[in-house]
Design a protein around this ligand. Sequence first.
Ligand SMILES: Nc1ncnc2c1ncn2[C@@H]1O[C@H](COP(=O)(O)OP(=O)(O)OP(=O)(O)O)[C@@H](O)[C@H]1O
Ligand SMILES: [Mg+2]
Length: 238
Amino acid sequence: MSPRLLDVRGLSAGYRGIPAVRDVDLVVDAGEVVALLGPNGAGKTTTLLAVSGLVDRLAGEIAVCGRSTAGMRPAAIARAGVAHVPEDRGLFARLTVRENLRVAARRSRPPIELVLDYFPELAPLIDRRVGLLSCGEQQLLAIARALVADPKLLLVDEMSLGLSPVLVERLLPLVRRVADETGAGVLVVEQHVDLALSIADRAYVLRHGEVALHERGEVLRANPQLLADSYLGGPRAD
Ligand SMILES: Nc1ncnc2c1ncn2[C@@H]1O[C@H](COP(=O)(O)OP(=O)(O)OP(=O)(O)O)[C@@H](O)[C@H]1O
Ligand SMILES: [Mg+2]
């Protein structure tokens, strides 16, 4: 059995003591791509932020690589192997591509070759300032930057925001490749539900801060109505 990289049990998390997600159970195993889906405001971003320690956990347990993250600061959670690509991409616009990669790298020298193997488009841009890159190039870099930290668990929030569908179709398989080749677990929040399901082993649908559906990707690919019902508040399937 592949090791459990993320184990979320009964999680409630939110802002100023008010939960935005409630009683969430969610797991990610090594080499898995798990999609976290749901309508706007459902709590997807809050869930990722809670895993990274950036939003208060009000109840429940979060374990990364078998170790509880209770009481750990975000930097310690990152060191434990969690890399987070946030909605706004979190890049340093005034630094170059190379400098952004260096800042994130765990070792003194980032394995830039490895990154360029995944993202050959970045090679000619390596000494360009990030503020001068296109949205698509910045998103490539945001994922590349997460990879040089050599994560065990990769969290990706709305990778496709502001990108053309063509680029999203190119990026999502890269996420699959990361899971397949590095054994990392990937939890991906994505608006393009069909594209997310095309690479996901399993998916969770959040609705009003609660898990409305948890199902294997192949089941959802074969039964799109199941997903539509969960968005609209259909019968709970677990
Ligand atoms: N900083 C904040 N302070 C207070 N409430 C917040 C904050 N951020 C989010 N919320 C609330 O928490 C709930 C969940 O928001 P969240 O951003 O996690 O949803 P989401 O599923 O990521 O939505 P979207 O698809 O729009 O990105 C929403 O009701 C939102 O208004
Ligand atoms: Mg969000």
